[in-house]
Design a protein around this ligand. Structure first.
Ligand SMILES: [Zn+2]
Length: 430
């Protein structure tokens, strides 16, 4: 791991602190999602991987503690003149599938011509192509793919990433995927949270007897991943084409008894009844293109975050997006993520996800920013350390070449991130 630095960022045009407006506990909801806690002409001092001081440039330079720190550490301190740019908490991409080997170009081209899921599979595409790639790869091969994805994500301002397994679907290849995540994470200055997604789809060998596969997930994968400390979360794709609500509960029970927290893919292709799953206190429910009024009311009463992934709808050409406005206005805590994966969302760009959230889901730019930072941290149970720029939190920052934060989702398809700070380590882009 690279050495942490002492750094002082000054002359920040807009510093988006995301500090709580009224010290309200829990993830951001309703009108609070818009509160960015902006400081103009700001400065941030980072020491030992943590944020130690936040204020205006004038106050920072006048503050004797900051002055003494600069004086004592003159040689080691990295002074960054942000020249009026925008600085915000590094993005928390709380839903990604980075353990795969090749892009799914057959799917991409066939789908454009209107081919069905079955036709794509018959042509050698679909999820099975990813599974074959992962089963045949070594840990080192997979780790290099994950590393490449993490570097791309950081280049776009992301400093914390949730990374799922899920293209192995055997005990050994799921563990291999998690080991690849661990290996890549150990070399990256940002923060990675690993999730076991053994229940991504029912593998071909278990078609028609999914229960046998669920037992492997519960009795073999979850205990081994726990014992080897390879995952913090267990995820399930709960959908008609994948695992039933009953199977999801069964997997959640196994996760709970092994001490792992849970999250789930729900409501992507059809409505999933969420209330029975809420008793497991999931960290997040992801997708939610379909959700009933009753479940939305329930979600508004819980801290389970609704993680929306508009890149999927964009890439698949689905006109209908998750109804983010309905969720936010009902008081459901909403996060945004890329859902980076080879089949349905091959993007590492959180600004792109935010742009789609604004133009297609009608979130305000301020709401998209809070959803991509602080609420993403809540979705990973890391809000005590990540997602806002406050003294005591991890020094995770993104610097954008912009005068106004609204430019981040505005300039779509280009990367305006010029620098990131990850656990105190400054990484320049340009
Ligand atoms: Zn996913």
């Amino acid at each position: 791991m690279p050495k942490q630095e002492t750094s002082l960022l000054v002359n920040i045009g807009q510093l988006l602190t995301l500090r709580s407006p009224a010290a309200k506990p829990g993830p951001r909801r309703g009108p609070d999602l818009k509160e960015l806690g902006i400081i103009k002409d700001a400065a941030v001092l980072c020491l030992g991987g943590k944020i130690v001081s936040v204020g205006t440039t004038k106050d920072a330079l006048r503050d004797s503690w900051v002055k003494n720190t600069i004086k004592k550490n003159r040689k080691q301190i990295t002074e960054v003149d942000c020249s009026g740019k925008v600085v915000l908490p590094g993005f928390v991409d709380s839903h990604t599938h980075p353990v795969f080997t090749t892009p799914r170009l057959i799917d991409f081209e066939k789908r454009i011509t209107g081919a069905s899921y079955e036709q794509i599979a018959a042509a050698g595409g679909g999820i099975r192509a990813s599974i074959a790639g992962v089963r045949n790869a070594t840990v080192a091969d997979l780790a290099s793919h994950v590393t490449h994805a993490l570097e791309q994500m950081a280049a776009h301002g992301t400093t914390t990433v949730e990374a799922k397994s899920g293209y192995g679907l055997t005990l050994e290849s799921e563990l291999k995927s998690l080991r690849a995540i661990r290996e890549a994470a150990s070399k990256w200055p940002g923060t990675v949270v690993a999730t076991l997604l053994g229940a991504h789809t029912v593998p071909k060998e278990f078609q028609g007897c999914s229960q046998k596969y669920v037992e492997i997930v519960c009795r073999e994968m979850i205990p081994r991943a726990t014992r080897e400390r390879l995952a913090q979360f267990v995820d399930v794709f709960c959908e008609k084409v994948a695992f039933s609500p009953q199977e999801t509960e069964q997997i959640f029970v196994a996760a709970e008894s092994n001490g792992l927290a849970v999250r789930a893919h729900v409501g992507q292709l059809s409505e999933t009844a969420l209330e029975p799953l809420l008793r497991f206190n999931p960290a997040s429910f992801d997708h939610l293109d379909y959700a009933s009024d009753g479940d939305i009311l329930q979600l508004a009463k819980h801290d389970t975050v609704a993680t929306l992934v508009p890149g999927v709808n964009y890439f698949l050409g689905i006109k209908q997006y998750a109804d983010a406005r309905r969720l936010v206005d009902a008081g459901v805590p909403v996060a945004l993520a890329t859902d980076y994966n080879p089949g349905t969302s091959p993007t590492t760009s959180m600004p792109m996800a935010m742009s789609l959230a604004c133009t297609q889901m009608k979130l305000a730019p301020s709401e998209a920013i809070a959803a991509a930072t602080l609420n993403g941290a809540w979705a990973l149970r890391l809000a005590g350390r990540k997602g806002s720029i406050e003294a005591g939190k991890d020094a995770d920052l993104a610097i954008f070449d912009a005068d106004d934060y609204r430019e981040i989702p505005y300039w779509f398809g280009v990367n305006r991130c010029v620098m990131t700070v990850m656990n105190g380590r400054v990484v320049s882009r340009k």
